[in-house]
Design a protein around this ligand. Structure first.
Ligand SMILES: NC(=O)C1=CN([C@@H]2O[C@H](COP(=O)(O)OP(=O)(O)OC[C@H]3O[C@@H](n4cnc5c(N)ncnc54)[C@H](OP(=O)(O)O)[C@@H]3O)[C@@H](O)[C@H]2O)[C@@H](O)CC1
Ligand SMILES: [K+]
Length: 514
């Protein structure tokens, strides 16, 4: 299992490693530098042959210390290296100071901010950003921002940009770019970010993937420390998805509530996803006026007429209906009427879209009715309607680090709601009320930009409902569905529309050995 370590957790892992006597700070720094050089040469093998020139920007802490190691290692490979330090070398922390002195025996230490733009003769090269890593506490102000801006100039267009641990300016915990007062937020825009031991939440959340470029995490010999509160990075479904025989009734019966005439498509998409992910039976609950429309569109799906809360209560007397999904295309009025009744019935329940927005005026009424087997699947806007205070914390400029993150927001929301919350986005966060949390990022090798399409959210809700019907717990169902949703999108690729997602599931499941 991969975990994402915050700056504080990373420091604790480092201290534990050093306190055990297994490794020294200087050794960790040496391995960090070696890891960056190895990743750099793996990414651009030609630069080893052709360019062999680097500008290294070092900051006043241990991130800068890594920069001194990188400069020395590249120098040993006959690279032309120019190095610049922000701050006073006598105030560097011990390991950084050691590596400063080792570099100083080989080459010059220029001062930052520099008077003249550094320029290694001719052609392209590599800029190494070792200004700030996990110790960044505030935005890059008037002293540092112009240094980075210099490398945005046309003369550096062909240069490769490598960030050490994190692009300077990016908050390790939240993936947000820190602001310095009213100045525009500044950040190093990397082509490659090389981090150590474990990825940080900031590599996957918010602006992280956009400014990190590619991400490599290198081993520096720290033992895997376990942090109960660390977020997991989702890289698998986490559930057995195969069917081991049995009758259709052994795989659950999902009930998807549909909206009225002309608004049934979203529920049909959700229902199709629930069926494809293996719910034994799926029934659409439809108002009378939409029955003809739905009947003309379905085959394996079943349909029941549900006009009122009483009709829903009656239907749910059938205990075989073990999972319910409300929201996609439901309509605000119908949601207000049906959601309380569905929650009263105590089934595993997914609430999405209109089922969330219906409670914008009175989120407390929803929180009181929810129970532990529920999953809320808000996107950013719906989240802000139910948790306006948490959304406000996420919005606007971040003035000091470590910053409030989508992990913090989803965790607080789940605790307040008393159920699983899946905060949707390319950086989806799923949190359980006990604080368990994971990040599912459609980023780097798993980017799925075509998933930003109408109806994709309805399919996600249907996948969760289908997995709930099959007996998965709320958190596990949401986690697995987020993974499968992106796998299905990646399976189709460009041109994807929401209808394709359920149809891609057989190939995805086959690929997973289900
Ligand atoms: N943990 C590990 O296992 C390993 C860690 N390693 C490396 O260490 C890095 C963490 O080092 P770190 O803790 O020294 O912090 P770092 O990011 O260098 O910055 C701290 C300095 O910056 C300053 N400062 C902050 N914000 C500022 C601003 N906006 N503008 C100006 N100054 C600002 C801050 O000043 P202060 O806030 O104290 O006033 C302080 O002086 C980590 O990212 C990794 O690269 C590796 O060697 C291998 C093992
Ligand atoms: K950096």
């Amino acid at each position: 299992m991969s975990v994402l370590l915050t700056a504080a957790q990373m420091r604790a892992a480092e201290h534990a490693g050093m306190a055990s006597g297994a490794v020294s700070g200087a050794e960790l720094m040496e391995r960090a530098g070696q890891g960056v050089v190895a990743a750099l040469l793996k990414t651009w093998p030609n630069s080893e042959v052709a360019a062999r020139r680097a500008i290294v920007l070092c900051g006043p802490g241990n991130n800068g210390g890594d920069g001194f190691v990188i400069a020395r290692l590249l120098h040993q490979r006959d690279w032309q290296v120019e190095l610049f330090l922000l701050g006073d070398s006598s105030r560097l922390p011990a390991d950084a100071r050691l590596n400063h002195d080792r570099w100083n025996a080989l080459g010059k230490v220029g001062a930052l901010p520099f008077d003249a733009p550094p320029r290694l003769s001719g052609g392209e090269g590599v800029v190494i950003d070792a200004l700030f890593g996990t110790g960044l506490t505030r935005g890059l102000g008037a002293e540092v921002a112009p240094i980075l801006a210099r490398f945005e100039a046309a003369g550096y267009a062909d240069w490769h940009r490598v960030a050490v641990d994190l692009p300077s300016g990016l908050c390790a915990d939240s993936g947000r770019v820190l602001a310095a007062g009213d100045s525009p937020a500044a950040v190093f825009r990397a082509d490659l970010t090389v981090s150590f031991h474990s990825a940080k939440p900031g590599h996957f959340l918010a602006q992280g993937p956009e400014v990190c470029g590619a991400l490599e995490v290198v081993d520096i010999g720290l033992a895997a420390a376990s942090f109960a509160e660390a977020a997991e990075l989702v890289t698998d479904p986490g559930l057995p998805l195969g069917k081991r025989g049995g009758h259709k009734f052994d795989h659950g019966h999902a009930l998807i509530l549909s909206g009225g005439f002309g608004r049934t498509g979203a529920a049909r998409l959700a229902a199709r996803a629930a069926l494809r992910i293996g719910a034994g039976l799926v029934t659409l609950a439809v108002p009378g006026a939409a029955q003809m429309e739905v009947a003309a569109q379905i085959t394996a799906l079943m349909m029941r007429r549900v006009e009122t809360a009483e009709a829903l209560a009656q239907l749910l007397e059938d205990r075989r209906l073990n999972a319910v999904c409300l929201g996609p295309g439901l309509g605000i009025e119908r949601a207000r009427m049906l959601v309380p009744e569905a929650l009263r019935a105590g089934r595993a329940t997914v609430l999405d879209a209109d089922a969330l927005s219906a409670f914008a005026g009175d989120p407390e009424a929803l929180f009181t009715a929810l129970h532990a087997d529920c999953v809320l699947t808000p996107h950013g806007g719906e989240f802000a309607r139910l948790f306006p205070d948490l959304a406000r914390h996420l919005a606007g400029p971040l003035q000091s680090g470590p910053g409030f993150s989508r992990i913090d927001a989803a965790r607080a929301a789940a605790a307040r709601a008393g159920c699983t919350v899946l905060l949707k986005g390319p950086d989806t966060v799923i949190a359980a009320p006990d604080g368990t949390v994971c990040v599912h990022a459609a980023a780097y090798g798993r980017a799925a930009p075509w998933l930003a399409t109408a109806g994709a959210g309805d399919v996600l809700a249907g996948l969760i409902c289908g997995l709930l019907a099959r007996g998965a717990g709320a958190y596990q169902a949401a986690r697995a569905a987020a993974f499968l949703h992106v796998e299905a999108a990646r399976c189709i690729g460009p041109g994807l529309i929401a209808e394709d997602l359920p149809e891609a599931l057989p190939a995805v499941l086959r690929g997973l050995g289900a």
